[in-house]
Design a binder for this molecule. Structure first.
Ligand SMILES: Nc1ncnc2c1ncn2[C@@H]1O[C@H](COP(=O)(O)OP(=O)(O)OP(=O)(O)O)[C@@H](O)[C@H]1O
Length: 230
């Protein structure tokens, strides 16, 4: 076991669009320690979402290696990567990505349906996750019956219900007003400090980045500045 949760070694990523190769990263190195809370900032098109997709095993590098907890993951099969994701990563998105026809509890339960966990243990895990985000009284409500902040809290409960080590957040407060955004960011900070979750958060908002332990600035596929937060 290593203190480094993630290691990206000389990672390159390119896309082919209309017969043209677009290179996003070339030989990128990055280390994420267990317990880090990292904000990633940078101009539009600098590669932030592409980086999150590589970290989350949603996409694979064109070349280079990605190691998680000492094990190489970039060369896993599609099924292997899906299993790794289900066990290790919780995702949070700007627009919550909840299933509109499912209650809060059913949304939170979704990742557990892939695990083979029995019904009563699934129910207990869902209840615990909803309690942690302060929505135990909203278990039966549909997303449309909840505010944006409440929907994002359901999404956080869904992200943590299978107890992953890593949380990847893409603009988690981009659709929320300042006060609600601060509530969500405090919740992420609590999950990092008290529950040991390692968090990587893409954001355009310097106020949101203040909740992280450090901010990495990305420009044209390269880290150009690192800021340690107070
Ligand atoms: N699947 C894809 N196919 C082709 N090009 C892609 C693909 N995904 C991303 N890109 C390109 O990669 C570059 C980086 O995109 P990315 O979404 O990572 O940027 P970003 O920093 O997250 O931007 P934003 O802040 O606007 O969300 C862009 O030029 C984008 O057009």
């Amino acid at each position: 076991m290593t203190d480094n949760l993630f290691e990206l070694k000389k990672v390159s990523k390119s896309f082919v669009k209309a017969k043209e190769t677009i290179s996003i990263f070339e030989g990128l190195d990055m280390t994420i320690k267990s317990g880090d809370f990292i904000a990633i900032m940078g101009p539009s098109g600098s590669g932030k979402t592409t980086l999150l997709n590589l970290l989350g095993g949603v996409d694979q590098p064109t070349s280079g290696e990605i190691h998680f907890d000492g094990k190489r993951i970039d060369n896993l099969s599609e099924n292997g990567l899906a299993a790794w994701r289900a066990a290790n990563v919780g995702f949070i998105f700007q627009f919550y990505n909840l299933m509109p026809m499912l209650s809060a509890a059913k949304n939170v339960e979704l990742p557990l349906l892939l695990t083979g966990l029995g019904r009563s243990r699934r129910k207990a895990s869902v209840e615990a996750a909803l309690k942690l985000v302060g929505l135990d009284d909203r278990a039966g409500h549909l997303p449309k019956e909840m505010s944006g902040g409440q929907q994002q809290r359901v999404a956080i409960a869904r992200a943590i219900v299978s107890d992953p080590k890593l949380m990847l957040c893409d603009e988690p407060t981009g659709d929320l007003d300042r006060a609600t955004a601060d509530e969500i960011l405090k919740m992420l900070q609590l999950l990092n400090r008290e529950f040991g979750k390692t968090i990587v958060m893409v954001t355009h908002d310097p106020e949101a980045a203040k909740y992280a332990k450090k901010t990495l600035h990305l420009d044209k596929g390269q880290f150009v500045k690192e800021e340690l937060m107070a």
